[in-house]
Design a protein around this ligand. Structure first.
Ligand code: SF4
Length: 358
């Protein structure tokens, strides 16, 4: 790897950033708290998708004490649809530690930041450089892609040693006067110009004259990554049990996928309608009509759930342990339901929890 290539990117990169960086709420007011929340959200989704989440989160929990004190259900509802709910739980755990041990102010030291739950070297670098102006790199997948292409590096960026060495090169390239802007400019370039897959927009890139990957015609092949493992496929059946204008939700067990989150009750098997009817009857429900509400495949990072959802009306009965009967209003505004079940929830809300006319 040739260091000199990266050491000359700061000026053109920052000039490009200054001329047209997107105006974003966490950039206009880069407090440590706002930068932290935005960076965790941006690990989940693109800037455009994160914006409404960020605004909602800030309106509800404008500062660290509010985050520390928020009821879990509110926290999960604010995160609903972003996925990786452990991240928002870690935000709260970290907020409580910061209140207890740092007087409510996120530490400036990247090492201390990294000791907080959910903060890795990327988030620590982003907070330390953007909010506190420290010369620390913030290297995520976007930045690894840009840097690999700039250097025409064919080293495997999934390898920790390679990551560390690229991170070191970025560190040496940071201009001491503007570390936060430099890191954000690299991320912005990765998000808007040096796009993933075979799509880098090299002709409008401010770094094209300095980019070995572009000059050698290999940018599209980079970065080199370890092949992903095939996802496990788990066929599932879920139930939309409606009674007296309410829908039954079940709280998942602690640990594992969607830990302690609400779900449509179900099982890891593809049931026929008669098997579904029998399963409900065995569980003590008396289904009065059962229809296939729809099918949907949800993809997690390592698992895939092809799901069929059966809707059934049943006689009123108390909610079984670990379950709750919820109204349409509660489903919309109170209970956080992971994205996996949302397509079914939308249909149910449209139907007002009644069976569709067939
Ligand atoms: Fe990426 Fe192309 Fe710019 Fe190189 S020239 S950094 S490959 S967009």
């Amino acid at each position: 790897m040739e260091q000199h290539q990266l050491s000359s990117i700061a000026a053109p990169l920052l000039a490009w950033y200054d001329s047209g960086a997107r105006v974003l709420p966490w950039r206009s007011e880069p407090t440590p708290y706002r930068v932290w929340i935005s960076e965790v959200m941006l690990q989940q989704t693109r800037v455009e998708a994160a914006l409404p989440y960020f605004e909602r989160f800030m309106a509800a929990l404008p500062d660290l004490p509010a985050l520390a004190a928020a009821p879990e259900e509110q926290l999960l509802k604010l995160w609903e649809g972003l996925g990786y709910y452990s991240r928002v739980r870690n935000l709260q755990k970290a907020a409580r530690i910061v209140l207890d041990e740092y007087g409510g102010q996120l530490p400036r030291d990247p090492d201390a930041l990294q000791k907080l739950p959910g903060i890795g070297d990327y988030s620590a670098g982003a907070i330390a450089s953007i909010a506190y102006g420290q010369c620390v790199p913030a290297v995520d997948g976007n930045v690894l892609r840009v840097v690999s292409r700039l250097l025409a590096s064919r080293e495997n960026v999934s390898d920790l040693k390679v990551k560390r060495s690229l991170r070191q090169l970025v560190l040496e390239a940071i201009p001491p006067q503007r570390p936060g802007d430099f890191n954000q400019a690299l991320m912005e370039l990765g998000a808007l110009v040096c796009l993933p897959g075979g799509k880098p927009l090299c002709s409008c890139c401010p770094l094209h004259a300095l980019c070995s990957g572009h000059q050698q015609g290999i940018a599209r092949e980079l970065p080199v990554k370890a092949a992903k493992k095939a996802r496990k496929v788990v066929r599932r059946t879920v139930f939309a049990l409606c009674s007296d204008g309410r829908l039954l939700l079940h709280k998942r067990n602690k640990g594992g996928l969607l830990s302690s989150l609400w779900e449509l009750p179900g099982c890891d098997a593809a049931l026929t309608p008669s098997q579904a009817h029998a399963a409900l009857t065995a569980a003590g429900f008396i289904p009065q009509g059962l229809v296939l509400l729809g099918s949907h495949t949800h993809i997690f990072s390592h698992v895939e759930w092809p799901m069929a959802c059966y809707q059934a009306l049943c006689a009123p009965r108390p909610a079984p342990e670990g379950c709750a009967w919820v109204t349409p209003d509660e489903l919309e505004h109170t209970y956080a339901l992971p994205s996996a079940f949302r397509p079914f929830a939308h249909k149910l809300l449209e139907l007002g929890f009644r069976l569709p006319l067939v």
